[in-house]
Design a protein around this ligand. Structure first.
Ligand SMILES: [Zn+2]
Ligand SMILES: [Zn+2]
Length: 290
């Protein structure tokens, strides 16, 4: 059994009501081992531009068939999960989806595209958006691996240097207590100032609050910004989580999200940087136009 399977099982024991969704997450994390994603990552030789995530400007020639299979696999797992909302995704399995457009929307966190597609197909928009958001994750994990040395060491933006997403949480690591943000999409990490709101750039300590929830324990706090009302879950640990664990760590700490929500704080929707990405069908799959 892999560390992912153990992590998923552990979460399922603590939150049995999440099992249907965890099955979909497990599927996508297993898919990350598929070498096709690594092969799709464009080579990078030039240094990272200031403020621009590495993925922006990329042109991807997508082999449509395996992506279609992945979408069908995820939707199939979601449909079998037994929740009424996920069961509404059934018509998606019979539809002729524009896979390149779906993949691009997933990369760019364009929830509007997924919702519109779901509405046309008669599926629940929220359920489809949640599954569609995961489709690009194996590719994003591969980008983070392949571009490890291309990342700017002086990156200090609030969003991920690889994919432009907002952080899923922060880690305060080791005895030197260095603070890193972690991306819940590509699992990327980047160093962060101690007092800094990633969403609005606030650095005034009077505007930043540290909330310690009852259930969080001594190692988990919510760092909240009174100006933009955003928050970041922050965990003190010896070392950073392995890449494949970031999504699970984010899920496992949902108590903190609930506590932050109850205090009036929110994670912003969408992405921190609007990516400019072109996704085209590579033409290998017969019968489909580019
Ligand atoms: Zn990222
Ligand atoms: Zn803020």
């Amino acid at each position: 059994m892999t560390a992912i399977d153990t992590g998923v099982q552990d979460l399922g024991r603590r939150h049995p009501e999440w099992k249907p969704w965890l099955a979909v997450v497990q599927e996508i994390l297993r898919e990350a081992a598929n070498p096709i994603w690594e092969a799709l990552v464009p080579a990078r030789t030039e240094p990272q531009q200031s403020k621009v995530p590495l993925l922006s400007g990329a042109r991807l020639a997508l082999e449509v068939r395996p992506v279609r299979q992945l979408v069908e696999q995820l939707i199939g797992t979601a449909c079998r999960s037994g929740t009424p909302k996920m069961a509404t995704l059934e018509p998606v399995l019979k539809a002729e989806l524009d896979v390149a457009a779906l993949f691009r929307a997933s990369l760019c966190q364009d929830g509007k595209h997924a919702k519109e597609t779901a509405t046309v197909l008669g599926a629940d928009p929220e359920a489809f958006e949640a599954v569609a958001a995961l489709v690009a994750v194996p590719f994003l994990l591969a980008c983070n691996r392949r571009w490890a040395s291309a990342k700017s060491v002086s990156w200090m933006e609030g969003y991920c240097p690889v994919c432009g997403a907002w952080p899923a949480f922060a880690e305060v690591r080791g005895i030197e207590r260095s603070r890193y943000f972690r991306c819940g999409r590509c699992s990327g990490e980047w160093q962060a100032h101690c007092l800094f709101c990633p969403y609005c750039g606030m650095t005034d300590h009077n505007e930043l609050a540290s909330l310690v929830p009852e259930k969080g324990g001594a190692t988990s706090v919510i760092e909240a910004c009174k100006r933009c009302l955003g928050y970041v879950k922050t965990f003190t640990k010896l070392q950073g989580s392995p890449a494949a664990r970031v999504i699970l760590d984010d899920l496992a700490s949902v108590d903190l999200d609930v506590a932050a929500f109850e205090q009036g704080y929110r994670r912003p929707q969408g992405t921190g940087y609007t990516l400019n990405v072109t996704v085209v069908d590579d033409g290998v799959t017969p019968g489909r136009a580019v």
